[in-house]
Design a binder for this molecule. Structure first.
Ligand SMILES: [Zn+2]
Length: 475
């Protein structure tokens, strides 16, 4: 007896979309067949998905839960906890989120990972993984521990090439240490995930704009600029190309220069991958000038129309494989607190509408195939970051993370009706679809907007990056 059959939907399978029935048993996909073909197996529940898209659960590979937000003149506040963000994620059809375990100088890496694991255990409604995040000066003993952490399932290592703002000194890792981290990560079979900006250029521009008294955040694109992305992407990619087996996932690519750096590396056969954020695709530095323009901001800054065009062009089999949120879930009051280039709050609420928003912008508005859309919001992240085929696929044996996306029901984004924050950068957007059901490992956790998940549902996901991902641009 099966637990569930999702029947007659347009299922986006690894081979492409087709009308299919999907059978679920013990949390996994047990069988996939033509409509009606699995009925004889019997199931406790049959869900009729006729007219709906059936896709693998979304994966947001870049979120920050319970994360300190600097507060001007006060101690930091924390972003929304995993319980809040994961609930919103499931409402929007995202069943896996990947957050960060931050190592602080002076502690053992394992201690940092265990601390974050304790915070998340029994505290997340959806499945989750953790990137290891390093910062500052890296002692040699941490490199040894890093290899163990990667091998133990924390397969991706976050590295900053910049302090981001003058007030956050300590984030940046020196290039020599980055070189060593890449060697260790490559040897252990992991991938480095990079926040790349040229620190000299960024800090120079902070000094220059402060000297010129042009400190309004609306000038942010002059600070976190396209030249910085050009220099830093090329420099770190060049470094990685000198380390055998070093794969890079370039986080929050924002500029045409970054796109070009990734594309050139991939053309040379290097395993370099690109993530962008929904904000960069759909908002530009012009949007900073709108009322409450901070709500569109994230680091590095929003850029310009030509950068957006390059990002969009790179989304179809080019330099960009994943669309993430860089989720910073906080109240509007906190998002609006900073007004200067050095104190505006980065990140955004967005994990809930991400899937439907990207569906609307790719499939409906730009004619992308359903497979391309699913790749950008789920499959590619699973493959690059070591979750495939457990996640990111509707395939026999995969976790039964299944979303029914209903393209017959248009949906207007209203923060008040969502589960994230008291604002949304997408407020008022008309979306071409919305999930009618989200299934996490065989359990229906959202149905028709009503939530039945529990904090016992979320599981930690150990990850292992496949060899082909680490040797060539395989996605
Ligand atoms: Zn981030």
């Amino acid at each position: 007896m099966l637990d569930l059959i999702v029947a007659r939907g347009t299922a986006v399978l690894p081979s492409g979309p087709e009308l299919a029935d999907i059978a679920v048993a013990d949390g996994r996909i047990a069988a996939i067949g033509a409509p009606g073909s699995l009925a004889s197996l019997g199931a406790q529940r049959v869900v009729d998905a006729l007219g709906q898209l059936v896709i693998p659960g979304g994966i947001d590979p870049h979120v920050h839960c319970s994360w300190p937000i600097p507060m001007p003149g006060q101690s930091p506040t924390l972003t929304g906890p995993p319980a809040q963000v994961s609930r919103a994620a499931l409402h929007g059809g995202t069943t896996t989120i990947i957050d960060f375990a931050l190592w602080n100088p002076g502690e053992r890496l394992q201690a940092a990972i265990e601390r974050r694991q304790r915070e998340w255990a029994g505290a997340c409604h959806c499945d989750y993984g953790l990137h290891v995040m390093l910062q500052g000066k890296i002692p040699p003993e941490i490199l040894g521990e890093l290899g163990e952490a990667v091998a133990a399932g924390h397969a991706s290592v976050k590295i900053f090439t910049t302090d981001i703002t003058p007030s956050r000194r300590g984030r940046m890792i020196q290039f020599g240490d980055i070189w060593e981290i890449l060697k260790v990560t490559a040897k252990a079979g992991g991938i480095a995930v990079i926040h790349a900006e040229d620190n000299d250029i960024v800090m120079h521009m902070y000094e220059k704009l402060m000297r010129e008294e042009r400190t309004a955040f609306t000038n942010m694109a002059e600070v976190h600029n396209t030249l910085s992305e050009d220099l830093s992407f090329n420099r770190v990619i060049r470094l990685a190309s000198n380390v055998a087996g070093a794969a890079l996932y370039m986080m929050h690519t924002s500029a045409a220069t970054g796109v070009r750096a990734i594309a050139e590396a991939r053309a040379r056969g290097l395993p370099i991958y690109g993530e962008t954020l929904h904000q960069y695709l759909l908002y530009s530095a012009e949007d900073y000038k709108k009322p409450q323009g901070q709500i569109y901001h994230t680091y590095p800054s929003l850029k310009f129309a030509e950068d957006q065009a390059a990002l969009w062009a790179a989304m179809r089999g080019g330099a960009i494989q994943c669309v993430a949120t860089d989720e910073i879930c906080c109240p509007l009051k906190v998002k609006l607190q900073g007004r200067r280039i050095d104190d505006v709050t980065g990140g955004n609420a967005g994990v809930e509408p991400r899937l439907s928003l990207i569906y609307t912008e790719t499939v409906e508005k730009r004619g992308y195939s359903l497979a391309e859309f699913v790749g950008l919001v789920s499959t590619n992240a699973a493959r690059i970051l070591g979750l495939y085929p457990r996640k990111g696929a509707l395939a026999v044996g995969s976790d039964a993370d299944i979303v029914l996306l209903d393209p017959r029901r248009r949906h207007v984004v209203r923060a008040a009706e969502m589960h994230e924050a008291d604002y949304s950068p997408w407020e008022g957007r008309d979306l071409a679809a919305w999930p009618s059901m989200t299934i996490l490992r065989g359990k229906v956790v959202v149905e028709g907007g009503s939530f039945s998940g529990t904090l016992a549902d979320g599981q930690f996901l150990p990850r292992k990056v496949a060899p082909e991902i680490r040797t060539r641009p395989a996605v």
